[in-house]
Design a protein around this ligand. Structure first.
Ligand SMILES: Cc1ncc(COP(=O)(O)O)c(C=O)c1O
Length: 394
């Protein structure tokens, strides 16, 4: 436009800054735009028909979220990914997107409590039924798969919070044999693990290790191009799209994903081994320790064992509560996988929806806390744990 713009027009149509060819920013810009325009109606229609590439409306597709999707698909070793507004949205998307009334799902007693709640609440209302089994009970799983059509098997490894290990090869083989989709919530093990197994869809909370700094909620579903395309269409209708600014923060977090994950794993491993030797501690669950009941399976499947453990205090609920409250460097709150160390106190450990029988299967006891190890100096964390154990036993 040649005529100078009047102030009201200038603020709504600011000057476009074009970068000269070959002069790219090192960090991709955040495309914080809901809409993308085209020159002609024909261009728009061709784009909507998929004949030419382009962007139109960010609920469907946006360059910043797309960059993150492609990064995640590559990390997990799959064709494509769709990012959504939280880890729980990622858990829910295959359930809402792939199931219909009359379908049956198998999930596990040890899974993340809100996953079970989604199956027990909304999906039950929509006519989707489910069976909850212990994650290691392959005979029971096969009995269900053989007795009725099962559309989808949803599992985790390591499980939240008890760090049980699913035999992923066996689960996938049973799913293939009986024609069920395997959906693995891989939040705990991270993107660089479990990709070698024929899991149909991986689900991740990006809120944890991907962003790493506890300042953004996001989730992803990763799988074949065809399945992701189907889930993307569902996601656009549900409207659980990730905002570009959140996608940018996750993309930035991923740059340090490996160094963070590995350093936090080393701390978790060393302090788990140390905690096991301390007076007042009756049990430490960490998949990398010889004392973990499934250590051999964990070692066969994972190269790293994660940044969390579960600690049982000999003094039971009262001691575990005193321990969690006395910790100074471990923030008492939800979540995991960030650079700050965190503690889940006993009330957060006990899921409200399990029957006493299921609770016994889960292995959760009243004197347990879950620790998530961050990037603080390991000796400061050890000293903090030592002083909190002293308070707990006092
Ligand atoms: C295993 C697992 N899946 C999914 C979620 C949900 O993630 P978000 O908090 O990002 O919704 C969590 C959160 O703790 C989790 O631990």
């Amino acid at each position: 436009m040649s005529t100078p713009r009047k102030p009201r027009t200038l603020v709504t149509h600011p000057p476009a800054i074009e970068l000269p060819p070959g002069n790219r920013p090192l960090v991709a810009p955040i495309y914080q735009s809901v809409k993308f325009e085209t020159e002609t109606v024909d261009d728009l229609l061709a784009m909507l028909r998929g004949e030419v590439k382009g962007f139109f409306y960010s609920r469907g597709k946006n360059p910043t979220t797309r960059q993150l999707e492609l990064t995640l698909a590559g990390l997990q070793g799959r064709e494509d990914a769709v990012v959504v507004g939280s880890g729980m949205a990622a858990v829910s998307l295959p359930l809402y997107g792939l199931l219909s009334a009359g379908d049956h799902v198998v999930s596990f007693i040890e899974s993340y409590a809100p996953t079970r709640q989604a199956l027990k609440g909304p999906l039950t209302r929509y006519g989707v039924t489910h069976t909850l089994l212990p994650v290691g009970d392959h005979a029971a799983l096969e009995a269900v798969l053989a007795s009725r059509p099962v559309k989808l098997v949803q599992f985790e490894s390591p499980t939240n919070p008890m760090l049980r290990i699913a035999d992923v090869e066996r689960l996938c083989a049973l799913c293939r044999q009986y024609g069920a989709l395997s959906v693995m919530d891989n939040t705990f093990a991270g993107f660089h693990q479990y990709g070698q197994y024929p899991v149909d869809l991986f689900v991740h909370s990006l809120t944890k290790y991907a962003s790493g700094h506890g300042d953004v909620l996001a989730g992803a579903v990763i799988g074949s191009a065809a399945m992701v395309q189907k889930l993307r269409s569902e996601s656009v209708l549900i409207g659980c799209t990730l905002d570009p600014h959140a996608a940018f923060l996750v993309q930035r977090g991923l740059k340090t994903y490996f160094v963070r994950y590995q350093a936090q794993c080393r701390t978790a491993h060393e302090l788990s081994a140390w905690l096991e030797q301390q007076a007042g501690v009756s049990r430490v669950l960490y998949p990398g320790l010889a004392s973990h009941p499934q250590q051999a399976l964990a070692a066969a499947q994972q190269q790293e064992f994660g940044t969390l453990n579960c600690v049982e205090l000999a003094g039971g609920l009262a001691a575990a509560t005193r321990f969690a409250e006395a910790l100074e460097l471990f923030a008492m709150t939800a979540s995991l996988g960030s650079v700050d160390s965190l503690v889940n106190p006993p009330p957060f450990m006990k899921p409200m929806d399990l029957t006493p029988e299921q609770l016994a299967i889960s292995g959760i006891t009243p004197g347990m806390v879950r620790l998530s190890f961050g990037l603080e100096d390991i000796e400061d964390l050890r000293a903090d744990l030592a002083q909190a154990l002293a308070v707990a036993s006092g």
